[in-house]
Design a protein around this ligand. Structure first.
Ligand SMILES: [Zn+2]
Length: 313
């Protein structure tokens, strides 16, 4: 369904549809153009990208394009036009009635491209990097329409490998990351347990938040990330969520004991943590599952950066 609208809109604009990537790319009036579906949060957008490449024109395009007569006449709202890094991006949110009609999207894209001509010249089918070599067709670089000649592709990939090697030489501050992850895990456990006590509910969203928090802080603390920091932040997230359950159990045990006028020997309580987690089996399994989802997010924040440019034709 989503692919169908991209294919139809792309082909109406004279672009070629790439089914594997679910996007349509091509040249229109000298501009590299792309049609795709993008998702941001809970929203889906039917998005059109027009490249003029010259980022020094960004502010001029941003100020002028939404007010061009054809754009105004088409009823294109300024907030649907995003200007960044030499690209005009036209975002159409999927509303309750779905995406806009293909014909409307296509005529709006044409109005934008036509109006852009008066502001930023089309770059044509030349390599974006060296500007010298002509390219036979546009390609996708990290999923975005582009033109890069074979020589420049080789050059940027070689540079990416060098940068990755350079990154590997940076120190990884493991003790500092362990300390930060441990502190964050305790804070996360207090939040997770606190929310259970206040609402009576275990929420995976909280576990995800803990994972993101731990991943983010561990990354900062480690300086360089990679597998050891991924393992650390993932483990810390699972431990944090389970510790939150233990805190909750401790809280309720304390409540019961206080009513009966008893005090709890916390040292004994601590030695019984595995049994406690076994006894509240379902809650433990549910929280463990949430913790694993959170851990996935933590590891995403702490994976080794991929500096290579993905080229697809
Ligand atoms: Zn080149």
């Amino acid at each position: 369904m989503a692919h169908k609208i991209v294919k139809e809109a792309g082909e109406s604009l004279g672009l070629s549809f790439h089914p594997d990537q679910g996007t349509a790319i091509g040249m229109k009036d000298g501009y590299p153009v792309q049609v795709m579906i993008r998702t941001k949060g809970n929203n889906s957008f039917l998005t059109g990208i027009v490249r003029y490449d010259d980022a020094s024109q960004d502010s001029a395009v941003r100020e002028t394009l939404p007010g061009m007569p054809e754009v105004v006449q088409a009823g294109i709202k300024a907030k649907t036009i995003e200007i960044t890094d030499g690209m005009a991006i036209f975002n159409n949110v999927r509303g309750i009635t779905g995406f806009p009609k293909v014909e409307k999207f296509v005529s709006n894209m044409e109005a934008l491209i036509h109006s852009l001509k008066g502001i930023a010249a089309p770059p044509g089918l030349t390599c974006r990097i060296c500007r010298q070599t002509s390219v036979d067709q546009p390609l996708l670089a990290n999923g975005v329409v582009d033109r890069i000649c074979p020589v420049c592709i080789e050059k940027i990939q070689r540079e990416a490998v060098e940068q990755e090697a350079l990154y590997e030489t940076l120190p990884m501050h493991i003790p500092r990351a362990v300390l930060v992850a441990a502190v964050m895990a305790v804070i996360g456990a207090l939040v997770y347990g606190g929310i259970i006590i206040l609402t009576g509910r275990m929420l995976w969203l909280v576990a995800i938040g803990i994972g993101i928090g731990i991943g983010f802080c561990a990354r900062k603390a480690a300086g360089r990330v990679g597998l050891p920091i991924q393992v650390l932040s993932g483990l810390a997230t699972v431990v944090s969520v389970l510790l939150g359950l233990v805190f909750t159990a401790g809280y309720y045990t304390h409540q019961h004991a206080a009513k009966a006028g008893l005090t709890i020997n916390w040292a004994v309580f601590a030695t019984r943590i595995p049994q406690i987690l076994m006894e509240i089996g379902e809650d433990t399994i549910f929280s463990l599952a949430g913790g694993l989802i959170g851990a996935y997010f933590a590891t995403r924040f702490t994976r080794k950066p991929d500096m290579k440019v993905k080229i697809e034709r």
